[in-house]
Design a protein around this ligand. Structure first.
Ligand SMILES: [Zn+2]
Length: 238
């Protein structure tokens, strides 16, 4: 490249993106709209330079744009809330069976204690919670985590399908969804079955003898031991 052209390109490189946009648009206009602009004869001898300037500014602007998009994505990725959680005593971690609100379907009710903390300078709001591999079926109030010194929280999470098996402990991870719709996965938790005493079921069967799911009478033997209401084991685990 000759001296003046090199100087021109050097000057271009030092200018801001606004100048680059200006050169890009001007060079493009001269190249593609020389005739309607009435500068055809004027632009012709400069065609080589115009093509060079057009391609160069287009390349620089495309690079700038790609970098800006990449940095923005990177910033958004870094901005994800770093929510920490420590499970409370496992003696509180239980599962039982209840009824889904507004439907005659069983619901797996998980109860546990959890400590939440974060370093953000705003409150983190947990809008949804469920066991990994299930979905939430019990609307829960938003849980606000103020910062690094929050008290432990007792959680009651109603999910479907019923991943627990009768009489067996259930292991799994909880997913908490924050106000930005980002999920946060807990460590592995073990929920033990909250088996109600036989006498409790026997007493209730006297006053509420029919299954909430199929409306048929339930015997003490066919009553689901982890169910908090009258229900056949076979109606919960078909
Ligand atoms: Zn039933």
């Amino acid at each position: 490249m000759g001296g003046p052209i090199e100087a021109f390109f050097n000057a271009l490189a030092k200018y801001s993106w606004r100048t680059l946009v200006g050169v890009f648009v001007a060079a493009g206009a001269f190249l593609f709209f020389a005739k309607p602009l009435g500068v055809e004869t004027w632009a012709l001898p400069w065609r080589g330079y115009l093509v060079g300037a057009f391609i160069l500014t287009a390349t620089i602007l495309a690079t700038h744009l790609a970098t800006a998009v990449y940095e923005r994505l990177q910033r958004q990725h870094d901005r994800r809330i770093d929510l920490r959680m420590v499970a409370g005593s496992c003696t509180y971690s239980t599962w039982s069976i209840n009824v889904q609100p507004g439907g005659k379907k069983p619901m797996l009710l998980l109860v546990c204690e959890m400590n939440f903390a974060h370093y953000e300078d705003y409150s983190v709001i947990l809008r949804d919670a469920y066991l990994k591999g299930t979905r939430s079926v019990l609307p829960t109030a938003d849980l606000t985590v103020e910062g690094s010194c929050d008290d432990p929280t007792m959680l009651s999470i109603g999910v479907s399908p019923i991943k627990a098996r009768p009489g067996k402990p259930l292991a799994g991870r909880l997913v908490f969804v924050d106000q930005f719709n980002d999920p946060h996965l807990s460590g592995k938790l073990t929920f033990r079955p909250n088996t109600l005493p036989t006498q409790f079921h026997a007493n209730r069967l006297v006053t509420v003898p029919n299954c909430v799911f199929c409306s048929q009478p339930v015997t003490l033997e066919s009553q689901a031991k982890e169910a908090q209401m009258t229900a056949h084991t076979a109606c919960i685990w078909p």
